[in-house]
Ligand binder design. Structure first.
Ligand code: SF4
Length: 250
């Protein structure tokens, strides 16, 4: 049974009221994704409106897939969800997408780049090493397996990070590996990060996310999702994490 929830987030002087429905019964975190996406979309719309009031417009458009060649961090719950999206694809699309995943994994298997790609970093050295890995990933030019004709073929199912990664700088700047000239839309909060945090064990260095190219291999190796909780409980955790992170960045 789905129940409606209203949540209020406060960013400085600006309150944002979001509406979503969540399952009342205990469910795996991936089952609450539709509600998290609704909240993310509302926060992103608010950020776009704010940018427009400063005469800035989002320059991302259909046919520009530069950011889909980055190491896109996908949370574990989203990996399970995307796995089921691939499994449900009709042929020949399914085989085509699976083949792209396999080819990408072959490229990265040779480099060792994917090992511990996303984890908590401490100190300048670890931070620089993490940045170098991201640059090296981008330099391979391997695209997200869901990118078709430079557009997202799973637009409604795309992860939170894909929804919130928008730029206001010229689209051609996104091809710069070092990010020069790229101006990212400032969002009031980062729903993608909040989801990764609530799925992660706070005592582990590893965080509950992986580069997109790894999701099929990872879900093969980890077929079972962790604990189930009632939908309102997951939503409470998500909102609390979003708000805490936003407060810390003000
Ligand atoms: S899921 Fe879609 S938007 Fe996200 S990286 Fe892949 S192709 Fe791009």
């Amino acid at each position: 049974m789905l129940i409606p929830m209203s949540v209020q987030l406060q960013f400085g002087e600006s309150p944002i009221l979001c509406e979503a429905t969540v399952p009342l019964e205990p469910v795996e975190l991936s089952e609450v994704l539709p509600a998290f996406r609704l909240i993310a979309d509302q926060l992103i719309d608010a950020a776009i409106d704010k940018a427009a009031s400063e005469n800035k417009a989002v320059s991302c458009k259909k046919g520009c897939g530069a950011c889909c060649r980055m190491a896109v961090p996908v949370s574990e719950p989203e990996a399970y969800r995307l796995r089921s999206v691939v499994d449900a694809m009709p042929e020949p699309q399914k085989s085509r997408v699976q083949e792209r995943f396999a080819l990408g994994m072959e490229v990265f298997g040779r480099t060792g780049l994917l090992t511990n790609m996303f984890q908590r970093v401490s100190g300048e050295e670890e931070e620089q090493s993490a940045m170098a890995k991201l640059d090296a990933y981008y330099a391979t030019g391997v695209a997200c397996p869901f990118l078709e004709d430079e557009s997202c073929s799973i637009y409604d199912e795309r992860p939170l990070i894909c929804r919130e990664f928008l730029v206001t700088s010229p689209a051609e700047n996104c091809a710069n590996i070092d990010g020069a000239g790229v101006e990212r839309l400032p969002t009031l909060a980062r729903p993608g990060d909040a989801l990764i945090l609530i799925a992660s064990n706070p005592n582990e260095k590893r965080i509950a996310s992986m580069p997109m190219i790894q999701i099929l291999e990872w879900t093969n190796e980890h077929p079972n999702q962790p604990e189930a909780n009632p939908g309102p409980e997951w939503m409470g955790l998500f909102v609390q994490t979003l708000q805490t992170k936003a407060n810390n960045s003000i």
